[in-house]
Design a protein around this ligand. Structure first.
Ligand code: C5J
Length: 237
């Protein structure tokens, strides 16, 4: 016999206030956990960044994804990148960065941030399961020029648990876009990462400041406790 899972749970420790999670309307969004940003020797490191700061996200995020899957919460992944002919990369974006380390240039793991290249794909530890949505986005925000709105609407999703990298760039841009579209967002503090500790701290503070101007924040341990209540448990008579 399978017991009926709890439909709604709260996260009392969330900042700035208690956060309610409804299993039927919540998705876990995993932003840009790509090899180009995270692998030692890759694009992110070649820019002088300490990828170790981003890699701390992998373990707690893998655990959170596992609980979300068990709880039946949809897991949606995004990847930042461009078509091989770079036709979807605005010249202004293409010109950024040091010459020879620009989008489309050859990198340690294939052409930098180009779809289909090894470096563009998601790290092995967080590989999407068959059937999970993978949104390819040309911009920082996951809503711009993608099918994310349609995916969320068709699944009845109104609340996003937001994770991934980097906190102040693609996570922030996506949370801001989501706010303007009416989604409730909770950013999971140890499941987002930045190459810059100061940006991580301030980026998180900005989410929940002013009574939750962009949404809520909470640690993965507390989010997992809430999601665990949605996991069907088998009971024997
Ligand atoms: C960046 C991202 N930082 N996914 N991309 O360029 O945040």
């Amino acid at each position: 016999m399978t017991s009926v899972p709890t439909p709604v749970m709260s996260i009392p420790s969330a900042s700035p206030s208690e956060f309610t999670v409804d299993a039927a309307t919540t998705a876990l969004l995993v932003i840009d956990m790509q090899r180009d940003f995270l692998l030692p020797g890759g694009f992110g490191e070649s820019l002088g960044n300490d990828v170790g700061l981003l890699r701390t996200v992998i373990e707690p995020l893998a655990a959170l994804i596992a609980v979300a899957r068990e709880a039946g919460i949809p897991v949606i992944h995004t990847r930042e990148g461009h078509r091989p002919d770079l036709s979807d990369c605005p010249p202004a974006k293409l010109r950024r960065g040091t010459p020879s380390q620009r989008i489309g240039d050859p990198g340690a793991f294939g052409r930098i941030l180009v779809r289909g290249e090894y470096g563009h794909d998601i790290v092995d530890e967080l590989a999407p399961l068959e059937g999970e949505a993978v949104i390819d986005k040309p911009g920082k925000g996951a809503f711009y020029a993608t099918e994310l709105s349609e995916v969320l609407t068709s699944a009845g999703i109104t609340t996003l648990l937001v994770t991934g990298v980097t906190t102040e760039v693609c996570v922030h841009t996506t949370v801001r876009e989501a706010n303007d579209r009416g989604y409730e967002c909770l950013v999971v503090t140890d499941c987002v990462g930045s190459y810059f500790p100061e940006f991580q701290r301030v980026g998180l503070e900005m989410i929940s400041a002013q009574g939750g101007i962009f949404g809520w924040t909470a640690a993965s341990e507390d989010v997992m406790t809430a999601l665990a209540a949605f996991v069907p448990t088998s009971t024997s008579r």
